[in-house]
Design a protein around this ligand. Structure first.
Ligand code: T1G
Length: 680
């Protein structure tokens, strides 16, 4: 026994079993191996009337240990289900005393109890769907019996975490306390058993009569994505909840396990579990000496354009007052409108109180003079994408800001070392590359220059967390991680178009068949074809693909969504001008240019071939970034593409997907400098 379960008797028939598996008290096979006998011992002990479950380190449990899903259990292995069956078999009263998080199997253990007491600041939830799973320890059978099948299903489909007061209002917990929930739980000692397994699951939808269940179930299946396009777990979850409504508990419990086992062995779940751990690896930079991050209490932003304003809002939402330096009054006016409009939207949506919105909006100051930045801790420059402009700004910032102030550029393609060289503090310079719209997009590329000090990088990573961003460290190279790969991806899409496959078909396949949020040509039109043209010009002028399609389109003023025509046409009357409408003129232009260049046509290439070529281009480019050390791990590449470019998470990202389909990128992924193998 290794103390994963701590047992304490309070002498009046109450036994407290404390889950003790830091940091999140995951209910691993090892923990369950101790929990099952502990429950059995309490059940067999006549002096015990009541068992209280709680967690050490002020948290209940984050559920089953996700690592365990990669291990095939043996006949001896004890799981959360075994622990819950032990509770179910016992005639003692069981109370869950929840503090911190009670998630997944943790909440399922609590649902197996007769009573649940939660600390005010605690959260409960069944987020398994985010791992491509369903609650496999009774959650799909007990939660519908507690709060009604329809509401339970919605909660599990979203996988959202619920604050204790809301959980109480929904009837998930019986009491919310400000003090110690264990003390409060003792008041339930000896109270009658109240097992959810003994209840019937009501649908919880009024006035639908006889065919209510089939109707609600059919509706639910229609509301979620197709199985092959990210909806695999959702459909199984709906089946499990249908079983809770239609079958006796024991049979529903068995059905749930069968559905869970199908999911745990599935590729989408393996991909989403990879994403879960890859995201938690991001802040660990191999070889980075441990240093204390510099405190960031005040910030500055240069430029009140779309990016500058978005970045200022990000700081304000994180509670960091920010000063935006912008010489042009009309830009300041526009920025102020954007800021107030954004916070008003949050109030209207009930996400923010009027008072908080006001406070945040007013924590953004607009000034025209750099000297207003003399006491800030970090400045993010978001000015025009021109090296001379940026160097001039950094030289000024170097002169007016305090020595410890970190100077960051939001450049998406320019050389951070060259920008840093315009200052006397290159060790305090790094790239903080936000993605548009900065206050919406979660991804942040932290670009490490060759002079960036460990403390500056550590401070950048800590700032990324404070701004609630998913921050990925990148080396300083053209396009960093995301945009570098975007060019390779777009190049392949353009090549397919040159061979006679229409942009509309390529986008349809990559979006509706593979699962991208948007197809490659719609992405190009959204970013602006002039941006692509400008960047390829700055990179030697080679066009994307074999013929200068983008150059021709730009020549014709087809810059993309912003000019209502690019690869596609956009009509303000259709989908607020954001819906891509195929344009025969562009298809004819491409066909003519391809004919002139003698490019063999293959318009009937299969959907799978289109997917393979586009995803291989991503994997090859990602592999090159790993070999050259620009990206630290394949998981980092995957997170960049999932959070920054709409790569479908149920495919795990470009590198994970390549491994999943058995594609090894040219040259492999071994980092030439460290010779470290960086497997997907
Ligand atoms: N299993 C294994 N490791 C876990 C874990 C888990 N369930 N949860 C967290 N960790 C690790 C994580 O990798 C990190 O490790 C450290 O703990 C701190 O986590 C049968 C099938 C609880 C809200 O989906 O959402 O139960 O990087 O950095 O920001 O039905 O972790 O330090 O080495 O995220 O404070 C369902 C997953 C499981 C919840 C805390 N449960 N966890 O967030 O810390 S499946 C979940 C979280 C299940 C049953 C099923 C968050 C958190 P390292 P962290 P945090």
């Amino acid at each position: 026994m290794s103390n994963l379960i701590q047992t304490a008797d309070t002498g009046d028939g109450v036994r407290v079993l404390t889950l003790n598996n830091p940091p999140v008290n995951a209910l691993s096979y090892a923990v369950c191996g101790e929990l099952v006998p502990a429950i059995a011992a309490a059940a067999a002990d006549a002096s015990v009337t009541t068992v209280i479950f709680t967690g050490a380190n002020n948290t209940f449990s984050a559920g089953a240990d996700v690592n365990d899903f990669a291990i095939r259990p043996t006949a001896e292995t004890k799981t959360v289900r075994d622990a819950i069956e032990a509770v179910e078999r016992s005639d003692k009263t069981f109370v869950a005393a929840i503090e911190g998080n009670a998630l997944g199997g943790g909440l399922e253990l609590a649902l197996a109890c007769d009573y649940r007491v939660a600390a005010t600041k605690s959260r409960v939830g069944l987020p398994e769907i985010k791992l491509g799973l369903l609650p496999g320890a009774g959650g799909t059978q007990r939660l519908p019996r507690l709060i009604g099948a329809n509401e339970a299903l919605q909660l599990m489909l979203k996988g959202e975490l619920i604050k204790a007061p809301d959980a109480h209002a929904k009837g998930i917990v019986d009491e919310v306390v400000d003090g110690d929930p264990v003390e409060a739980a003792k008041a339930y000692a000896g109270k009658p058993k109240r097992r959810l397994s003994q209840r019937k699951a009501e649908l919880g939808v009024a006035n639908l009569g006889l065919f209510a269940t089939p109707f609600v179930v059919a509706q639910a299946h229609m509301m979620v994505p197709p199985e092959e396009n990210g909806g695999y777990a959702a459909h199984k979850l709906i089946d499990a909840v249908q079983a809770a409504i239609e079958l006796p508990f024991e049979r529903g419990w068995a059905r749930e396990l069968r559905l869970f086992m199908e999911l745990v062995q599935s590729a989408p779940s393996a991909a989403l579990r990879h994403v879960f751990f890859a995201e938690r690896e991001l802040s660990k930079v191999p070889g980075l000496p441990k240093t204390e991050p510099l405190p960031i209490k005040k910030a500055g932003v240069i430029g009140a354009g779309t990016m500058g304003t978005g970045i200022a809002i990000v700081f304000a939402e994180a509670g960091i007052p920010v000063t935006v330096v912008e010489p042009k009054d009309e830009a300041v006016e526009k920025a102020r409108e954007t800021v107030f409009g954004m916070f008003k939207y949050q109030v209207d949506k009930g996400r923010l109180s009027q008072e908080d919105a006001w406070k945040r909006a007013n924590s953004i100051a607009f000034e025209s003079d750099f000297s207003e930045l003399s006491d800030v801790d970090v400045v993010v420059e978001a000015a025009f994408e021109s090296m001379p402009v940026k160097k001039e700004i950094f030289a000024k910032l170097d002169a007016v800001t305090k020595p410890d102030c970190i100077l960051a550029s939001n450049t998406s393609t320019l050389d951070i070392d060259e920008i840093a060289a315009a200052t006397k503090r290159p060790d305090k310079v790094l790239g903080l590359h936000f993605f548009a719209p900065a206050n919406i997009m979660k991804l942040l590329e932290i670009v490490r220059g060759k002079e960036t000090s460990p403390q500056t990088l550590t401070s950048g990573i800590a700032l990324g967390k404070a701004l609630r961003k998913v921050a990925v460290v990148s080396g300083n190279a053209f396009g960093f991680i995301g945009n570098r790969m975007l060019f390779a991806y777009e190049e392949q899409a353009v090549r397919l178009a040159e061979e006679g496959v229409t942009p509309a078909r390529i986008d349809d396949v990559m979006k509706n068949k593979f699962g991208f949020a948007m197809g490659p040509f719609a992405v190009a039109d959204l970013s602006g074809l002039d941006v692509y043209h400008f960047i390829s010009q700055s990179q030697g002028g080679a066009p994307l693909g074999r013929i200068p399609i983008i150059a021709k389109l730009v020549e014709q003023g087809r810059l993309g969504q912003k000019t209502q025509k690019g690869f596609f046409r956009y009509d303000k009357a259709v989908g607020k001008g954001r819906e891509a409408i195929p344009d025969p003129e562009v298809e004819q232009l491409i066909a003519q240019l391809a004919k002139d260049a003698g490019i063999p046509q293959n318009p009937n290439v299969s959907d799978d071939e289109i997917i393979a070529r586009c995803t291989r281009a991503l994997a090859d480019s990602g592999a090159e970034l790993l070999r050259t050390g620009v990206a630290l791990r394949p998981g980092d590449v995957d997170i960049v593409w999932i959070y920054g470019y709409g790569f479908p998470p149920h495919h795990g990202g470009p590198m994970h997907y390549a491994a999943e389909v058995g594609y090894m990128p040219e040259g492999g992924t071994a980092n030439a400098q460290t010779k470290e193998l960086t497997h997907a």
